[in-house]
Design a protein around this ligand. Structure first.
Ligand code: GDP
Ligand code: IMO
Ligand code: MG
Length: 426
């Protein structure tokens, strides 16, 4: 029963979509376990590029079972739009399943997300404004609406009547108009018709696959440093991207998970607010952004960029129990005279090598760098480790040493075939 969790090891956008698509060829099932349409996962097959928000990145193998797990917050309009767009491009989406226990995002979640960000002003989180925080608040606050309720017209109406009493008052406090039950029912009725056939009880489906010794890949969204417990709180998302989140968000026990692969860029990026020790606001950051095309997949915002930070990667190893690393965008570092790796932080007179839990401390940390020779060659055509220039191989080996887990996969370009497979992920 090989089950592998693929988790973002940084602040998201590590290339999880690309790596999931690559590994999905070997998998029997791909499961998204948290987040919502705040995620933007890019898959490039040949010259065709797809941007996925809710549909798991295994969907490009016809008929592959792809599950949107119970831990995901689903915006029905976004999901229906995504399905139609994929189908219009000839993608077979027949393998998609949606958990009856997943919570749905309602229009007021998006309004509240925007209103709260506006109210925070300079202290904003920089959310994607997809309603993620308010939807998870409702889930934990026991006022959410699940797919099962949404697909039952009577229950949906009843739940909406209860919710809107409070939500309309709340929207009023922010100076925003409220909603009528009828208006939401009308908009959502069309989505319900499309999603009804996909909705099933997903934990037994995943369990059955594992019992049949099928390979299940759990696709994380966001990243470890955006985890609500293990990340840079409060500049985080409202779910658990870490590997443990896969158990809760898919409905499988921890004893079923065999491997955990962390996806990390060969440098670091972050979108949204919050501390980022290796952020480079000068020439290096600009060069990385331009070479790496570092603009948000969901919001188009420019991503903040800097050198690789192994303090956060060691934190990712610990909190996820990583067994391997998938190192992506290595090609972006080609052409640099020297490359740097942050191995520790300086905080006042102190040297810190463990990721600090205090945001105030993290914000005051200065990176300590180790410098390595760069390489000039374009490595986009490399398919084995031996195809990489010696300085590039030395960089990978050093990352492995510093992080303490083996690099099992390297991505040297956005396309599916631009991948070097080194070790097994199962
Ligand atoms: P995700 O959210 O983790 O799936 O990552 P995104 O899709 O948001 O961002 C990663 C971006 O980098 C996308 O535009 C990918 O097409 C691209 N990408 C992924 N791997 C590589 C790589 O190895 N090299 C380059 N140059 N681009 C890559
Ligand atoms: P993928 O799956 C990068 C960030 C937002 C913001 C914070 C909270 O593509 O890696 P939210 O809308 O979740 O309440 O925003 O989290 N964020 C991401 N950053 N990649 C993502 O997803 C992200 N999803 C949310 O920018 O800082
Ligand atoms: Mg992304």
């Amino acid at each position: 029963m090989p089950a592998t969790v693929l988790v973002g090891a940084q602040w998201g956008d590590e290339g999880k979509g690309k790596v999931t698509d690559y590994l999905a060829e070997q998998a029997d099932m791909v499961v998204r376990y948290q987040g919502g349409s705040n995620a933007g996962h890019t898959v490039k097959i040949g010259e065709e590029e797809f941007k996925l928000h809710l549909v798991p990145s295994g969907i490009f193998y016809p008929g592959k079972t792809c599950v949107i797990g119970n831990g995901v917050v689903v915006d029905p309009g976004v999901l229906v739009g995504e399905l139609r767009a994929l189908q219009a491009r000839g993608v077979d989406t027949s393998g998609l399943r949606l958990s009856l226990q997943a919570h749905i995002i309602l229009p007021y979640h998006k309004d509240l997300d925007a209103a709260q960000e506006e109210m925070r002003g300079e202290d904003r989180i920089g959310t994607t404004q997809r309603g993620i925080g308010p939807a998870y608040i409702d889930k934990v606050g026991r006022t959410g609406i699940r797919v099962a309720d949404f697909l039952d017209p009577e229950e949906f109406r009843r739940r909406l009547e209860i919710c809107l009493k409070e939500k309309n008052k709340l929207l009023g406090l922010y100076g925003r108009p409220g909603y009528t039950v009828e208006a939401i029912l009308e908009e959502y009725a069309g989505y319900s018709a499309v999603l009804q056939p996909l909705a099933v009880d997903t934990p037994p489906l995943i369990d059955a696959a594992l019992k049949e010794k099928k390979k299940v890949l759990f696709e994380g969204a966001q990243g470890t440093l955006l985890d609500v417990d293990q990340g840079t709180y409060p500049f985080v998302t409202s779910s658990h991207p870490v590997a443990g989140g896969a158990c809760v968000g898919a409905g499988v026990g921890p004893t079923r998970i065999n491997k955990v692969i962390g996806v990390a860029k060969a440098y670091t990026t972050r979108v949204g607010e919050g501390p980022f020790p290796t952020e480079d606001k000068g020439a290096v950051g600009t060069a990385l952004r331009e070479r790496g095309g570092e603009f948000g997949t969901t919001t188009g915002r420019p991503r903040r960029c800097g050198w690789l930070d192994v303090v956060i990667l060691r934190h990712a190893v610990r909190v996820n129990g990583l067994t391997g690393l998938a190192l992506t965008k290595l090609d972006v570092l080609s052409g640099l005279e020297r490359v740097r790796i942050c191995t520790a932080y300086e905080y006042g007179e102190q040297r810190i090598s463990d990721f600090p839990p205090s945001l105030k401390v993290l914000a005051g940390c200065r990176p300590v760098y180790e410098e390595l020779p760069g390489w000039q060659e374009d490595i986009g055509g490399a398919r084995t480790l031996d195809d990489l220039p010696p300085a590039c191989r030395a960089y990978v080996r050093r990352v492995e040493e510093l992080v303490g887990v083996p690099v099992v996969l390297i991505a040297v370009g956005p396309r599916r075939d631009q991948t070097i497979s080194i070790g097994s992920v199962w």
